[in-house]
Design a protein. Sequence first.
Lengths: 592, 100
Amino acid sequence: MTSDFFHPSIAFILVAAILPFLPGNRRWKWLVIIPPLCAIYAAFSNSPGDYLTLSWLGQTLKLGHVDRLSLIFAQVFAIMSLAGILYSLHVDDKGQHMSALLYVAGGFGCVFAGDYLTLFVFWELMSIGSTFLVMLNRTRESVLASFRYFLYHTVGGLLLLGGLLLRYKATGTFDFGPIANAAAQNYDWLILAGFCVNAAVVPLHAWLPDAYPRGTVTGSVFMCAYTTKTAVYVLARGFQGWEILAIAGTIMAVYGVLYASMENNARRILSYHIVSQVGYMVAGIGVGTAMTVNGASAHAYAHILYKGLLFMGAGAVLYSAGTQKLDELGGLAARLPWVMVCYMVAALSISGVPIFNGFVSKTMTISGAFEAHQIFVGVGLELAAVGTFISVGIKLPYFAFWGGKPTDFKRELKPIPTNMYFGMGLLAILCIAQGLFPQILYHYLPFEEEAFAYQPWTAWNVLQACMLLGFSGLAFYLMRNVITPHKALNLDFDYFYRLIGKLLYWLISLPAAFIDNIWTNVWNTVGLRGLMGSAFSTVFFDRKVIDGVVDGSAYSVKGIGFLGSLLQNGKLQYYLGLMIILALGIFAFFWY
Amino acid sequence: MSHDTEKQVGEAKLGALGSFLDRQLSPERIRIWRIVFFLVLLVIALLNLLITNHHPHFGWDKYPFFWVAFGLILGVVMIFLVKKIIQPLIKRPEDYYHDL
């Protein structure tokens, strides 16, 4: 425990905890900017080492394991949290801010976790925070999606938990470090599966395009940055050089692009591109050379910035125009010009166009793969680059902002709050700065010496990117009538998740229904007759005993009343006579 | 007439960048942009004769225009494959899962 480490999660959790107790006069909004600033300070001031070790239940928990890999992820998480908070500052719903803060706190916790138990706790915190970021959109569609999301991540978390407990039983330690592919045990595969759920590795990916388009406008901006990239971080820490990840990553990169090419929903296109882009990182980790791990980390950094910006741009269109379906949009470029500009900065970044940051991170991974003689991986990633430019670089902005339509003056547009532009502007500037000056990114890569050995800005690299992207652009131009998006749901692996869910539902409900059926028969024959019998005896008792007693007393009261009325007839001689009889009676009683 | 007045009301709200973008939508401007696009592509392709790949990683990438063909052909094939073959097979109504 040294004093020069500050855990960013503390600030996020603290602010999230006091937020509900503050008065509702919006002044609390200044408070939510503080944690990101603390996090940025922490990311630049923390130095490698082990901090914040706790002894708990006989275990040593390491909450602050800091090295170059964790620092670069912490740094981009911190910058993204500031941009995300700026973008969401107009939101008055405290619940959304709290969920976002807790979610980001979970991300930082995972990045600094030195053991599996700490990792698991923060892993689940992220899962809960992000579930609420979907649910708080408060539509039926979003609430249902958030339940599916939570169920799915619970399953992923249980895989991780099972793996880490079995691992503890076998090795006697919760330490979280590199695992050699050759010596992998079953529990390592369980842990890997848990990580792969969050990394959206195909075919475990379908939760992502299901939930992210249904989150709140601001919530999805946070979600697109942290869940998958935390998974990339833990894969980079534990599973470098696992051959299977290189193949899985390449498949992800191409698969995401194919689905993005047919989607109509803007934020779902972007979601499929998370799958695709995370594929580059997973592939880089799977190849496992210093250059590709650097490439994966650089790409994670660049990706968080431009993907956040893409979700901000698409979110701003949704916020303003009220729809994110491309076939309903178009003709908006002149009416939302700065949203278009910011979106295009991000779109060109993700496509790897020179000047923008995707160019300096994507080419590093691809060159690394080729240099490691992984031709399949390298060519697959180049193919994904073609599809990326076609679907996110051209298709989405073309149909959202132009669509071959004149400027749409009729559409009612909700004015976009200034703070949204601040968030977008911050990320747009960073995307361009990193592209022009790669050193500001390479300086922080995990393998520092190798990082500067790679030079992205060579004449050939620039020309190769221009050829690849320019002529993919021509392909779009030639096929623009084919690629026009239409309303449809495209079946994905979540079809099978729902099938598995239904099967489990039947497995529980069918035996329950069977038992219920038997119980109904038993009840009809035994229970119901018993009840009828007791009903009859109650009726008998009621008629004969209770009625008898009540009726009898009523008759006697009536008789006494009749006698009384006979006596009280108002004639004095009768009263006198009665008095004499009573007096004689009393006299006789005492005399004898 | 009604469209013009609407447009003027709208244009009054457009900023400098917005009205610039609006002007680019006229047929002449679109034609100019298209020519610029093709010229840029031509220049890029011709540059490949001057600047070549000194470190080809697999056989075909040593030839000039390889990445031109890669982007164009795979782009066209990918769009055709996805929209004309894959999507018709997996397309369903939007509310297929009854969760909208």
